[in-house]
Design a protein around this ligand. Structure first.
Ligand code: ADP
Ligand code: ZN
Length: 620
């Protein structure tokens, strides 16, 4: 397999394979079928791109999204690979030129939309051409149960009969067993070897912060603190639950100096496409989006994904946060949430169309996510165990970096639960807290709550603390926030044991912790060791260091090149490659070629210019 390694190095500029890339490439290049389950950013594309170069003929890649195709082809062309795509955006002349090139054996890789591929005309064309392999990307689109379902994908099984002897590979970042079986079944991949990678994304740092009080600015203020400290000038996504909220967040970020566009299904198609293109092309744009902003995002340098509202479940959280850090360099998954999130998600489940059984599952899935959010243990361990993987504390999540202090909160819990009980289980957190604090509000007076024995029993704690206590009691299953009654708190059965003094309650202390814990040197090292290869250069962001200044200069150069070529910046060179150049400051072409991400074609095209940028920088 020296050939594959040689191609990895000369074409893509990478020194070594990752994970099971090598095994997959060997099998596919040898003519065997494969099913690849690998997380986003795991490096799926090389698994079929390299075999397509190794085998005679052209590799056919089925891909559901036009934007993805365009970027992949542009990136391959930049690396000197003969690639093209066929989809509905092409005019007739261009399409026939590409078809002719295919028949003449002048293409290494051809990306095709599924409906185009299945057209009789295309099938006939492919039968006349020499085909190296067939890759089916985003293979989970066959699944009727997933939210990316594409009917055309279900018909792709015909490829097995139509192209006997041509190896096929299906790839997806969706891990669950049901989807896996559907892919094998519908795509007729019974002979395929399955490669299941770990779903860990070691470079993503997970943080969940309780939402700050509205009077101190709430989630938006927390977001600004977080971005100001860690992500100035970075691209990122802020997920919000509704269209109106994406607009609100976009306005707020723009006012605070973070360029941001909203994205949601209510915008017209042209605006959405424009936002998608700008996000992909610009290295420092933030998009405030609903979940409509999804699968088409293949930008490798998304430095953070923030959730200002709780997602539906762990699968959604994993998928959305997974859009950060595809390039393998440090990225943040940062979320703030509060009790109102639990109420609104619950209401959405209750108001949904589904059958009762479906609602029950949805509810359990939401509970699992709330459990993750409230966990005092390693977030990653919890996340991975949800997907059936066992692991050890990661050293790269908020709880590992800043272990939360837990304490015996039984007495606080008893006070809170009895305030809920005494006020008739009809009120939300606000009024319950008023009663605990002994606030003589109009409502308390009119209901006579100011004469209850619980009135004022909670004066030893503040409003903020009561809020976190109530939220934790909901998360721990002692209270339920009733979505049908505007978030009224009700006692769950388990509360009885607490009130009777039979059950003790461990709570986590909510310090005025910083938005994101600062990593200790040791935990940074642990996180780095975990990421293996050591191919994890920090992105220098402080422009006042020589390295940072050079990095910025390289990015400015890249922006010009990208504009000239009409491609996204990351297609020219990744941030991680620019960071490695800034750190190593090579002064020769051979020094530059040794940088990960610079292959022969990029060296020939950009080598001299890069050395000019590097040498023009003072201090280098
Ligand atoms: P996926 O499709 O699995 O989300 P990609 O194929 O887009 O992931 O790869 C993610 C990133 O990792 C890309 O920037 C790619 O160039 C890079 N990459 C893939 N394989 C390697 C490797 N062996 N060494 C270094 N970088 C790699
Ligand atoms: Zn951890």
């Amino acid at each position: 397999m020296t050939d594959a390694l040689a191609l990895l190095n000369s074409v893509f500029g990478y020194p070594a394979f990752r994970g099971n890339q090598r095994a997959i490439i060997e099998r596919l290049a040898g003519g065997g079928d494969c099913l690849v389950l690998m997380p986003t950013g795991g490096g799926k594309s090389l698994c079929y791109q390299i075999p397509a170069l190794l085998r005679p003929g052209c590799g056919i890649v089925v891909s559901p999204l036009i934007a993805l195709m365009r970027d992949q082809v542009a990136a391959l062309e930049e690396a000197g690979v003969r690639a093209a795509f066929l989809n509905s955006t092409l005019d007739v002349q261009t399409a026939s030129r590409i078809e002719a090139a295919l028949l003449k054996g002048e293409l290494d890789l051809l990306y095709i939309a599924p409906e185009r591929l299945l057209a009789a005309r295309t099938m006939d064309l492919l039968k006349c051409a020499r085909i190296a392999l067939i890759a089916i990307d985003e293979a989970h689109c066959v699944s009727q149960w997933g939210h990316d379902f594409r009917p055309e994908y279900g018909a792709l099984g015909v490829l097995a009969q139509a192209f006997p002897g041509i190896p096929r590979i299906a790839l997806t970042a969706t891990a669950d067993d049901l989807t896996r079986r559907e892919i094998i079944d519908k795509l007729e991949l019974a002979q395929a070897e399955t490669y299941l990678a770990s779903f860990d994304r070691p470079n993503i740092r997970y943080t969940v912060a309780p939402r700050g009080l509205a009077k101190s600015g709430g989630a938006h203020a927390q977001l600004i603190d977080f971005l100001t400290e860690h992500h100035q000038g970075h691209a990122g996504i802020v997920y919000r639950i509704s269209r109106a909220k994406t607009e609100e967040t976009a306005r707020f970020l723009n006012q605070n100096g973070f360029p941001c566009l909203p994205y949601h299904a209510g915008l017209d198609a042209a605006t959405r496409e424009d936002t998608q293109t700008r996000f992909s092309n610009e290295p420092d744009l933030v998009v405030a989006a609903t979940i409509a902003f999804g699968m088409g995002i293949d930008k490798p340098d998304v430095r953070f994904v923030a959730h200002l509202d709780l997602p539906r479940n762990i699968e959604a959280y994993y998928q959305e946060t997974g859009r950060a850090g595809r390039d393998g360099t440090p990225a943040d998954a940062w979320m703030t949430y509060g009790m109102s999130d639990i109420v609104s998600q619950r209401r959405m489940i209750e108001e949904s169309e589904g059958a009762d059984a479906f609602k029950r599952v949805a509810q359990q899935k939401l509970d699992a996510l709330v459990g993750l959010a409230e966990s005092a243990g390693c977030r990653r361990v919890r996340l991975l165990s949800y997907f059936g993987e066992s692991s050890v504390p990661c050293g790269n999540c908020d709880n590992c970096l800043n272990p939360p202090i837990t304490f015996d909160g039984t007495e606080l819990a008893q006070k809170a639960l009895s305030a809920v009980y005494r006020t008739g289980q009809r009120f939300g957190a606000g009024h319950v807290i008023d009663v605990l604090l002994g606030r003589d509000t109009e409502r308390a007076q009119s209901l006579g709550h100011n004469t209850l024995p619980t009135f004022g029993i909670g004066r030893d704690a503040g409003e903020g603390q009561w809020r976190t206590v109530l939220r934790q009691l909901v998360a721990l299953g002692f209270l339920r926030a009733d979505s049908e009654a505007y978030g009224a708190l009700k006692l769950e059965d388990a509360a009885r044991g607490v009130l009777k003094g039979e059950t003790s309650v461990q709570l986590r202390e909510e310090s005025a912790a910083p938005a994101r814990a600062k990593a200790s040197r040791q935990s940074r090292k642990r996180a780095k060791d975990r990421s293996g290869s050591g191919s994890w250069p920090a992105i220098p962001i402080e422009a006042d260091t020589a390295e940072g200044a050079l990095f910025q200069a390289l990015r400015a150069w890249r922006a010009d090149v990208a504009r000239e070529h009409g491609v996204p910046a990351f297609v020219v060179l990744h941030d991680s490659t620019l960071a490695a150049i800034a750190a190593a400051k090579p002064d020769s072409l051979s020094g530059l070629r040794a940088i990960s991400g610079i292959g022969d074609a990029k060296l020939a095209r950009y080598g001299v210019q890069l050395l000019e940028v590097t040498s023009a920088q003072p201090g280098s």
